[in-house]
Design a protein around this ligand. Structure first.
Ligand code: F6R
Ligand code: MG
Ligand code: MG
Length: 389
């Protein structure tokens, strides 16, 4: 086995979509594909796969240039720019919305696109799962990542496979403070959960296998709302997870998604809804602009080549999860404008609250408060003395 490392870079952006925010147009996929095909021909990347989930254009690329390589980020930026130009020509909705800057400056982080990249020495057989979600936020992967890498009720291998029995380390990123902490499972499980149970702030960014610090998973942590200082689009996340022989099995990696947990980001980025695991065919968001969806594509990485993909949620075994997700979607929808379907005021991407408060400020009135007199005399049970005035 060569010790040369392969990098897998998943970079995504919403550069405009067809008939609202629901699905990427095939011509924008084609424009991005052309840019990546040329880069592959020139040898900049080894291989690539272009796809979408909902209104997000996804570039899955392999190369030898490591994470955060300026030339790879520039390539992704150019692919998005070309796709955005097509989106503008076609009059697609919100064309170019995630490309926050006019000029590329070395790294797409902070410019708008979401990025999940990892570099590793390929095992003789290297299965990876690429997760891509729409109408949600990066913290949506917190619960599944915890279950995959720290919950023995999900991942049998944590108990019975000597290769992963020691557990994993979680790198948790605080998006408000822009700093990270590394915690070990199972020893620090409760601390991990204390943080990642607040998925709008603390995000599982990377997971490492404990004995050798081998990278196991990476999640995009870009939050467009924070980067732009205002809401400019959803920070729909992507993640890459390595599987099998020394990592959780593919079935253990997919298993948490059988439970359609509630995530933030549905309709106007301002509602909670169930995360529905779907096949590529159903990776489009129509019902109340959702519900939030996650697609899982499985690849084998061989000498940098992407063999596949396998559409992993395209399985009747996930039908029941989808049905439950629909029931939860109905249940949540019946709350209409009420929390907890609608997000709390500090998390909403759209709000009229300040203007409503401003408009009504002269109409708020204070109820006359009647003075309540304390009872005159009580006897303290402890001292036996009289109290009160
Ligand atoms: C959510 C999303 C959509 C839009 C909604 C309103 O991520 O993309 O739910 O927020 O369709 O869009 P605008 O404000 O563009 O009309
Ligand atoms: Mg969008
Ligand atoms: Mg989206």
């Amino acid at each position: 086995m060569s010790q040369e490392k392969t990098t897998i870079s998943v970079i995504k952006a919403d550069i405009g979509s067809l008939a609202g925010h629901h699905i990427v147009h095939p011509e924008t996929l084609a424009a991005a594909t052309k840019v990546l095909a040329e880069a592959k021909f020139k040898g900049l990347i080894i291989d690539f796969y272009v796809t979408n989930v909902g209104d997000d254009l996804q570039l899955i690329m392999t190369h030898k240039r490591g994470v955060d390589a300026p030339e790879i980020h520039e390539l992704a930026w150019n692919a998005f720019k070309e796709a955005a130009n097509v989106a503008k020509d076609l009059g697609l909705y919100a064309a170019g919305q995630d490309l926050l800057s006019e000029a590329f400056s070395g790294n797409v982080r902070g410019l708008g696109p979401g990025v999940a990249e990892m570099e590793f020495v390929e095992r003789p057989s290297e299965p990876v799962v690429v997760f891509m979600a729409d109408k949600t936020e990066p913290g949506a992967f917190n619960l599944p990542m915890y279950r995959i890498f720290a919950d023995p009720f999900n991942t049998a291998g944590l108990v019975i496979d000597p290769k992963i029995h020691e557990g994993f380390k979680f790198e948790i990123f605080d998006v408000f403070e822009n700093k990270a902490v590394l915690l070990s499972a199972p020893e620090e499980s409760y601390d991990i959960l204390a943080l990642i149970g607040t998925p709008g702030r603390f995000i599982v960014r990377r997971v490492y296998r404990k004995p050798d610090n081998e990278i196991a998973a990476v999640v995009s942590v870009e939050r467009l709302s924070l980067m732009a200082g205002r809401y400019v689009g959803k920070d729909d996340p992507v993640a890459v997870v390595r599987a099998q022989s020394g990592f959780p099995a593919v079935g253990e990696v997919l298993e948490p998604f059988a439970f359609p947990h509630l995530v933030a980001g549905w309709m106007r980025g301002s509602h909670h809804g169930p995360l529905m695991p779907v096949s590529q065919r159903h990776a489009k968001c129509t019902r109340f602009d959702g519900p939030p969806r996650v697609l899982a594509l499985g690849f084998q990485v061989k000498n940098g080549k992407l063999v596949g993909p396998a559409d992993l949620f395209d399985d009747v075994a996930f039908d029941e999860s989808r049905r439950i997700a629909q029931q939860i979607a109905d249940y949540m929808r019946r709350h209409g404008p009420f929390m907890p379907h609608r997000l709390g005021p500090e998390e909403m991407e759209y709000t009229t609250l300040p203007s409503v408060l401003e408009k009504l400020k002269g109409r708020f009135f204070v109820e006359k408060v009647y003075e309540v007199k304390k009872p005159k005399v009580t006897t303290s049970l402890l001292s036996g003395k009289e109290e009160g005035d």
